[in-house]
Design a protein around this ligand. Structure first.
Ligand code: ZN
Length: 108
């Protein structure tokens, strides 16, 4: 009673994880090409590379890159995916998912 109502989502929050330059470089070193330069081959989301390096749970993690990651082959920017909840007047609560850039990894 009389308590200010906190806006607190009842759904699961994601945890922002800052990816520093060293980690970005390490991730770039694992990339062979991206969907921009090898659209037929790229099938691994960049997030997966970061999951492996950081050991984070992809379901709970929002990656924040300290600086843009780039494809070593075409220098195109490689983006992480993210998702957000939003309220739709007609459909209720929905998740909006923006997939990350797909890449191919170096063999071995
Ligand atoms: Zn590329």
């Amino acid at each position: 009673m009389g308590r200010p109502e906190r806006v607190r989502p009842s759904w699961k929050n994601t945890i922002p994880v800052l990816i520093d330059q060293n980690t970005i470089r390490a991730a770039e070193q694992q990339i062979d090409s991206c969907e921009a330069c090898e659209p037929d081959k790229a099938e691994i989301p960049f997030d997966y590379v970061l999951d492996c390096i950081t050991g984070s749970d992809p379901e709970l993690t929002d990656y924040i890159l300290e600086q843009p990651a780039r494809c070593p082959r075409c220098s195109g920017e490689v983006l992480t995916g993210y998702w957000r909840w939003y309220d739709s007047e007609t459909e209720g609560r929905k998740a909006f998912v923006l997939p990350g850039t797909l890449v191919t990894l170096k063999a071995g």
